[in-house]
Design a protein around this ligand. Sequence first.
Ligand SMILES: [Zn+2]
Length: 211
Amino acid sequence: MNYIKKTDAYDIYIEPSRKTIVIRQKWKYIWSVASGLPNWSYLEKKAWHQKADNVIWLQWGSHFVFWALVHDENNSNVSLHKKEFNLEFDIQWVTTDQHWTANVKKIGASEDFGSKVNPSDKKIYLAHTDVKRRIVSNINQNTVKHEFGHTIAVNDEYGKLNGNYYDPIYVNDTKALMNVGNELRARYIRDIKIKVNKMIPGVTFATFLDK
Ligand SMILES: [Zn+2]
């Protein structure tokens, strides 16, 4: 039996038979190009989506481990169920019922694009180059991997750039993904964990980052 919870930002599937928890997110795309560049072909769109899905699946997935804690009726006794669940991530390209609208722009070589996520209206803004790792000044990260973090409710951790929301507690953790680095941190699945822990009566999960 699977447990399913749908939220406005992603859907959660707990699959006990596979010992897997899947975060499934539906993206509707709006494709655009900078002036002078050729329009997106269907094959280019398909390849871009597959690459983005792959980056998120590979670089976010199979790194977080959930241990099931089974509570008794009075919540006075908690035992560790010997079941370890893996957290996986899946991005689906949809044309309707999306969680997020992803605006992806083909940009010129010298164009500076401000990739971002607007949680309030569920919009993602990306450049076609964002599926690759970006190394400029102090930044060393895969942009799609970073922006995906915002879609699961993680704030930026670097200094107050552009007056944006940020979490000053982690400002010195510069190797972290939601700062200017590329590494995951256990705190990034806080929002997912809160929701997962409300899905199965009598069961909560302890979570770990498994590097
Ligand atoms: Zn950010």
